[in-house]
Design a protein around this ligand. Structure first.
Ligand code: XLS
Ligand code: NI
Ligand code: NI
Length: 438
């Protein structure tokens, strides 16, 4: 039985379309900047929000209607849900999905039972992948929901909880490999602290690094070649998450000799919670060679938590696409780590949400491509740094200069040459001009 019987396969109808179940900007087979749109985005639907979200919040119970779900934590229900999920992926023409182990299969009474539940559902996932051609962008383990993880997992003060987490990740990597997953993600879950009075920060960070080294070793031993990704987030659920932002993650990876095996999965709402724009995080990661994948969503700047909304703002998607065109994304993707609001309780709302955000990204791609092709921003940047293109700049940039030489030069000159305008307002107007265009 179809889960979404009234919803057709979503088609591209062009910008003038008023059909809410059609794409206006996302045309999967259209080539833009040398690649099809499908290849640019590698759009990914998340299992946890889209198929496990209930709409409950700290003030109220579940609201979301999901007729295919019988509400039980059984393996049968999990298998039915998986079939419903693939119907949505196919109707949206989304080439990938992503999951946590506990999203797709119920946790058992013992670790062994949880493993076998996961294997049973993975069988259905594998069949559905084969049938539909939808692939797994990444897998991950949920190391935060079960109460055993109250003090964290890989940073827990309880060594057996650490061991349990390792066992769970080992299995999740194996299942990800079995399903052809292209990446494996570590979001920090509860790896952080609520209170420094009870926390040995150095020891926790050392443990976390050992955990990652063991994950790398295990991946090698089973021949899993997917990319490992860390997902920065500054707070929530802990007061301070260790992977707080790109700078903190890159520092951690360098300090613990993990740079060969890890890149970063950047999420818009996490960037803004850290007090950064997404573009800042993309530049910080991309310029250091750590940009792996993105969790595409948006927050609400008036709310201080991870609201995980679908991104529809063209400025945001244009900025993201400017960075993705500059640094590239594969084997990552544009992963909709976003949820419908609890008031949007009907199944069709899942379609409106994804279609709108896919379109916003496609529009962003078109605008960013035009900006780049015409060099509208890059020519200004080149011009702005042109003083560095002379002999002096070269000498400094290649490490062949000293303070003494620079002092000598400036003593001779007496004053630096005049500055030029930064032209920020003009550039903001130029970006608007590209946004006006079709
Ligand atoms: C939570 C994270 C989470 C990860 C996957 O804030 O965004 O959803 O993406 O564990
Ligand atoms: Ni995320
Ligand atoms: Ni998040």
């Amino acid at each position: 039985m179809a889960a979404f019987p009234d919803i057709p396969k979503i088609q591209y109808e062009g910008p003038e379309s008023k059909n809410p179940l059609a794409f206006r900007w996302y045309n999967p087979d259209e080539v833009v900047a040398g690649k099809t749109m499908r290849e640019h985005f590698r759009f990914t639907v998340v299992y946890w929000h889209t198929f496990r979200g209930t709409g409950s919040d700290p003030f109220g119970a579940a609201t979301l209607q999901r007729p295919w779900d019988d509400g039980t934590e059984s393996v049968d229900n999990a298998c039915n849900r998986a079939r419903a999920a693939f119907e949505l992926f196919e109707k949206l023409d989304a080439p990938f999905y992503a999951f946590h182990d506990r999203d797709v299969a119920p946790e058992g009474q013992t670790l062994a039972e949880s493993h076998s539940n996961l294997d049973a559902v993975a069988k259905v996932l594998k069949e559905e992948q084969k049938r539909s051609g939808v692939g797994l962008l990444w897998g991950t383990a949920n190391l935060f929901s079960n109460p055993r993880y109250m003090h964290g997992a890989a940073t827990s003060c309880n060594v057996e909880v650490y061991a349990y987490a390792a066992a769970q990740v080992k299995k999740a990597i194996e299942v990800t490999k079995e399903l052809g997953g292209e990446n494996y993600v570590f979001w920090g879950g509860r790896e952080g602290y609520q209170c420094l009075y009870n926390t040995d920060m150095k020891r926790e960070l050392d443990h976390l690094a050992q955990f990652f080294h063991m994950a790398v070793d295990h991946a090698k031993s089973i021949g899993f070649t997917g990319q490992f990704l860390i997902e920065p987030k500054p707070k929530e659920p802990t007061k301070h998450q260790y992977d707080s932002d790109v700078a903190a993650c890159v520092n951690f990876l360098r300090a613990y000799d993990l740079t060969d095996s890890f890149k970063l999965n950047l999420e818009t709402n996490h960037a803004t919670l850290a007090g950064h724009e997404m573009l800042h995080e993309l530049e910080a990661a991309g310029s250091q060679g750590f940009l792996g994948s993105i969790d595409a969503n948006t927050g609400d700047l008036l709310l201080g938590w991870d609201t995980d909304q679908f991104a529809t703002n063209y400025y945001l998607t244009t900025q993201i696409m400017l960075a993705l065109l500059k640094y590239g994304l594969s084997p990552g993707g544009v992963n909709f780590d976003a949820k419908v609001r609890r008031e949007s309780f009907e199944p069709v709302d899942l379609f409106y949400a994804h279609i709108g955000s896919m379109d916003a990204f496609a529009r962003g791609l078109r605008v960013a491509t035009a900006i780049r092709e015409e060099g509208a921003l890059s020519s200004v940047v080149t011009e702005r740094y042109k003083s560095w293109d002379g002999d002096l700049g070269k000498k400094i940039e290649t490490g062949k200069c000293s303070f003494a030489e620079l002092e000598k030069l400036m003593l001779e000159k007496g004053e630096a040459s005049a500055n030029t305008s930064g032209r920020q307002e003009l550039l903001e107007n130029i970006v608007n001009r590209y946004l006006d265009k079709r």
